[in-house]
Ligand binder design. Structure first.
Ligand SMILES: NC(=O)c1ccc[n+]([C@@H]2O[C@H](COP(=O)([O-])OP(=O)(O)OC[C@H]3O[C@@H](n4cnc5c(N)ncnc54)[C@H](O)[C@@H]3O)[C@@H](O)[C@H]2O)c1
Length: 257
């Protein structure tokens, strides 16, 4: 299903420099396009450097693509410096890059745990530390982390990933408290199951998706286009009084209090 995007409809994103991780595909690619439509200058940081460059060329509006692993702190610091030199002061961050492999916990091993934690837990910590250092000096900024409903309600076969996503949610809440006086907001968006490479790798035959479609109140899995509106809103001036919040975008699959 494709949504027809209308005119720019959130305030304050024009010319704002936004770093978005994992923008070469899936939810990140759809979000990068929407942010550029809203007039933002987007820097896409992705393990897939060619994909990041292609996405940046496609979305336009001065976007740049940088290839890196968010688990590599030195590479992240260098990339954030480069974004500020080329595009200007960073006003928004979307921690979107993530990765998992679905395996029952007792069948998983330390090598897999380490990679999942490096990407999903240390990745957002590395990028947030580098960006927030600059935002705090200037006293403004917006951070949105794409966590997961797995971090709110659990997800079978995703124990270590769920632990990381729960950590990201708590991380955002704590930074929301630490930086509220500077007007920096930090929120989490939790997708439910979504039709991207991540889900297709788990479920090549579509059996899990078929079961999920029966369980999800809105009767479908998410599409990448379901998320950019909420992310753009939380980055915008319209969301200036919203911080430390966790918002599920999951067709009603989870209705957390
Ligand atoms: N697809 C789902 O069902 C689902 C559900 C809940 C949450 N999420 C979360 O949504 C976010 C986006 O996922 P998606 O479904 O669009 O996945 P995707 O696999 O389609 O895209 C993820 C992007 O992140 C990049 N990436 C992965 N590891 C990276 C690293 N170490 N450094 C830099 N870039 C890296 C990939 O190259 C890719 O471009 C992730 O945080 C994911 O955990 C996805």
């Amino acid at each position: 299903m494709k949504f027809k995007l209308g005119e720019a409809d959130v305030r304050g994103l024009k010319d704002r420099v936004i770093i978005l991780t994992g923008g070469a595909g899936g939810i990140g690619r759809a979000t990068a396009g929407r942010l550029a439509e809203e007039g933002a200058k987007v820097a896409i940081l992705d393990l897939n450097g060619d994909g990041a460059a292609t996405a940046a060329a496609e979305i336009g509006n001065g976007a740049i693509g940088i290839g890196l692993d968010i688990a590599d702190q030195q590479a992240v610091i260098a990339a954030v410096d480069r974004v500020e030199a080329e595009l200007g002061p960073v006003g928004g961050l979307v921690n979107n890059a993530g990765w998992d492999k679905m395996v029952p916990f007792l069948k998983s091993d330390a090598e897999l745990w380490k990679r999942i934690v490096d990407v999903n837990l240390f990745g957002p910590v590395n990028v947030t530390h580098a960006v927030l250092t600059k935002m705090a000096e200037r006293g403004e900024g917006r951070i949105v982390s794409v966590a997961s409903d797995a971090g709110r309600v659990g997800s079978t076969g995703e124990a270590v990933y769920s632990y990381c996503k729960g950590g990201v949610i708590a991380f955002m809440k704590t930074l929301a408290r630490e930086h509220a006086r500077q007007g920096i907001t930090c929120n989490s968006v939790c997708p439910g199951p979504t039709d991207t490479a991540l889900l297709r790798d788990f479920d090549p035959e579509g059996k899990i998706v078929a079961a999920l479609e029966r369980a999800i109140p809105l009767r479908r899995v998410g599409q990448p286009e379901d998320y950019p509106g909420m992310i753009a809103f939380l980055l915008s001036d319209d969301a200036a009084f919203i911080t430390g919040q966790v918002i599920s975008v999951s067709g009603g699959l989870s209705m957390s209090g």
